[in-house]
Design a protein around this ligand. Structure first.
Ligand code: BMA
Length: 339
């Protein structure tokens, strides 16, 4: 049976939520929005843990099958260090992990919650025990950042999401480049939030780290639409050019995953699915996501189905560079798959 028969690309695991605060070895309010990686043959989640002050830190959970049998660090793995890194005064949140072969290190980009607002900060690790912080990589207000695992024409690339300072404007995904992963330049918009009634009309942000596929960099992003008085966090996909990640080749029209089950609909923040990590296991792409800002859940899809799906949405790559942004914007607003 293919996904087309049951209509959904991603299938939730029947044991969801797979991690809750009840599983935690120490007192916490909630566990959610994990980054994910395969490390030494195990699934490793770097989980955001919120304490009873409302501040977050990150803790590692490891499992052979990525479903159960989790070994969770007995105390916080990556704790805010505001004395040396003042930008972490209100905690660290929502990490994304990229393995950079050139450095033989994992690069973690996380949201440091500073007294001027959230900002992306970067740390390196080889073992998820010792971390080497590089500090802030963008000023506030900015979040949802991850780096690509390779350089493009000699430069590292990062996706991130600056928040507009004018509330009537939308939050879009940006791309920036760097020679050293620390100082970033050549900032440009990559993907716009759509407008009007679209599911991703208010703000969008990168979810897991970019994934290399033969057809392009697969990215998953969350889209938020405000229907007073609530927000709904749903997920879409896009494909970027392998050689030039500033080129958006494809973008899903409808969302591919959204809150549906009780553990996603109701929690500390209702109606949220928020993955910060995904891994490929065999022919399966697994997203590990925060459900309702309360627990950790998992859903999987066949990678082939995902690629077939994303290659079936209209190709938007023929735009000339100078008109690309305007065209993207216009195209984004066209209804193409209502039916
Ligand atoms: C976003 C992020 C996430 C959170 C989501 C829903 O802005 O801060 O950490 O899961 O809101 O509350």
């Amino acid at each position: 049976m293919s996904w087309k028969d049951h209509g959904e690309l991603f299938v939730r695991h029947r044991k969801n939520p797979i991690l809750t605060v009840e599983d935690w070895p120490y007192r916490a309010n909630s566990v959610f929005n994990p980054a994910a990686a395969i490390v030494d043959g195990k699934i490793l989640l770097l989980v955001r843990v919120e304490d009873h002050r409302g501040f977050s830190h990150l803790t590692v959970a490891r499992s052979d099958n990525g479903i159960d049998g989790w070994e969770i660090d007995s105390k916080p793995t990556f704790f805010p260090d505001p004395v040396n890194y003042p930008e972490e005064i209100y905690g660290v949140e929502d990490p994304r992990i990229t393995y950079v072969d050139e450095l033989k290190k994992w690069v973690i980009v996380y949201t440091a919650f500073s007294d001027s607002g959230p900002l992306p900060a970067l740390a390196f690790t080889e073992n998820f025990r010792d971390f080497d912080r590089a500090g802030p990589v963008m000023p506030p207000d900015n979040k949802d950042a991850a780096v690509f695992p390779v350089r493009f024409k000699g430069k590292w690339a990062m996706l991130h999401r600056p928040a507009p300072t004018v509330h009537t404007l939308k939050a879009n995904i940006w791309i920036s480049f760097s020679s050293d992963l620390k100082s970033w330049e050549n900032h440009d918009v990559l993907l716009y939030a759509r407008e009007g009634g679209w599911w991703d009309a208010y703000k969008i942000g990168l979810s897991p780290q970019p994934l290399h596929t033969p057809d392009g960099w697969l990215i998953m992003y969350h889209g938020v639409r405000q229907t007073t008085p609530k927000l709904s966090y749903r997920l879409g996909l896009a494909l970027l050019d392998l050689e030039d990640p500033t080129k958006v080749l494809r973008r899903s029209e409808g969302w591919v995953f959204g809150p549906r089950e009780p553990y996603e609909r109701s929690g500390d923040v209702n109606d949220v699915v928020f993955p910060c990590g995904w891994v490929v296991v065999g022919d399966e792409l697994r997203i590990y996501y925060g459900s309702a800002d309360t627990s950790v859940s998992m859903a999987s899809a066949k990678l082939d189905d995902i690629m077939e799906y994303i290659m079936s949405v209209p190709n938007i790559s023929e735009d000339l560079p100078e008109t690309r942004k305007r065209n993207n914007k216009e195209r984004n607003n066209k209804n193409r798959d209502w039916g």
